[in-house]
Design a protein around this ligand. Structure first.
Ligand code: SAH
Length: 377
């Protein structure tokens, strides 16, 4: 193990863990809060910058820990303002990350895993196989990279990232501890200070983990439903074979009850031509959603090579939406952003060295131009 690898990366310690770390070092707890602010509010990358901390403590910290961000390999800005990055993680894998501006909002879509083990039939991340979980530092590193791209580090100012959604690569509930720690940092007032309404965890429906989440977090919730009945969902979202729709909906209701506020679950439904986009599907979906306080987000399928699926025609999308609206279900259609940089849902492919049997080879899927001064993949 190299010297840097053995150091603790402070970027990944939740507020509670950072306090515990300082206590172990024999330091006062309030030092942890100071360091937390330096790292996450002022974007410090070295201990020298931490001017309210004694020189002795700074050099002690520099000996045993580090503040290390993942490396940007590609950075692209779309005509519509969408930004996309390819970020290299330890071990050589790469993930993609997207930031979508919309009025005053800047929504960052982060990844939680390199690849994904769930293998949903219409998702290109799933087709890449699974490599590993991202560490908390690697998840928070994505947020730091995005904040920096707007100029001087300023998480609370005008240029800040306003919303974070775990809708990039991976299933966040399959990387439970690291994701929960990352959301704690995102929502902590001494770190990124985002409201719990503005940090959303999206899951394909790992029911036991969702029940566990309820006990430790109050992050906002989105679920990837994609089908109105178990027969179809078993095919599109294979984890449904273990945790069918009724169990998922019941777990969401338990989650909302625990939140005890007016929040609802965001239900994601990717519309795929001829598969789940018919009026009959919409009518079935109305029945399912009657049992869950929610808003529905329809995502027209984003094609990728060899997917075998197509996006429905606009009239079909509109008709589906109308059936939902007629049933008084709040429904929006997610419009594709960043088309010119391949930044749409399900098009985030990164570079996954698959460890499952799905594919035994390293898939060189990225042909992006490297950013000046950055190494190409
Ligand atoms: N694993 C989590 C996080 C991924 S979120 C989850 O399933 O919720 C990404 C969202 O985009 C999910 O709703 C996913 O099902 C959807 N998606 C994946 N591939 C897509 C594609 N090709 N077109 C449109 N939406 C897609």
């Amino acid at each position: 193990m190299s010297e840097t690898q053995s150091k603790v990366n402070l970027l990944g310690l939740s507020p509670a863990k950072l306090e515990a770390f300082f206590e172990e070092l024999g330091e006062k707890r309030f030092r942890a809060t100071q360091v937390l602010k330096w790292i996450h509010q002022f974007g410090a990358s070295s201990f020298d910058e931490m001017t309210n901390i004694s020189k002795a403590l700074r050099s002690k910290l520099a000996e045993v820990c580090e503040i290390r961000e993942p490396e940007i390999v590609v950075e692209k800005i779309s005509k519509d303002g969408t930004r996309k990055w390819v970020i290299r993680m330890d071990g050589g894998s790469a993930i993609e990350m997207v930031l979508i501006p919309d009025g005053d909002r800047k929504t960052l879509c982060v990844s939680s895993q390199v690849g994904c083990s769930l293998d949903c039939s219409f998702c290109s991340t799933g087709k890449q196989g699974f490599n590993r979980n991202l560490s908390t530092a690697e998840i928070i590193g994505q947020l730091r990279v995005a904040i920096r791209s707007f100029g001087p580090f300023d998480p609370s100012g005008e240029r800040r990232v306003t919303n974070v959604v775990f809708m990039g690569m991976g299933e966040p509930l399959m990387n439970f501890d690291n994701v929960v720690d990352a959301t704690e940092l995102m929502m902590d007032d001494n770190a990124y200070g985002l409201s719990k309404r503005r940090v959303t965890l999206s899951t394909a429906g790992v029911v036991p983990a969702l029940d566990k989440l309820r006990e430790v977090s109050d992050v906002s919730l989105a679920i990837s439903l994609h089908a109105p009945n178990n027969e179809l969902r078993d095919q599109l979202v294979p984890i449904n074979q273990r945790y069918p729709i009724e169990e998922l909906v019941a777990a969401c209701n338990r989650y909302l009850r625990e939140l005890n506020d007016k929040r609802v679950v965001t239900v994601e439904y990717t519309l795929i031509a001829g598969v789940n986009d018919q009026p009959e599907h919409a009518r079935q979906l109305v029945k399912v959603l009657r049992r869950l306080p929610c808003k529905l987000n329809l995502i027209p399928f984003n094609p990728f090579p060899n997917s075998g699926y197509e996006r429905p025609a606009e009239e079909v999308i509109a008709a589906f939406k109308q059936i939902m609206l007629n049933a008084s279900i709040l429904t929006t259609v997610r419009r594709t952003r960043g088309d010119d940089v391949d930044a749409a849902c399900g098009q985030l492919v990164g570079q996954v060295m698959d460890r499952t049997r799905r594919s035994q080879k390293y898939i060189p899927v990225l042909q992006d131009e490297p950013v000046q001064g950055k190494r190409p993949l």
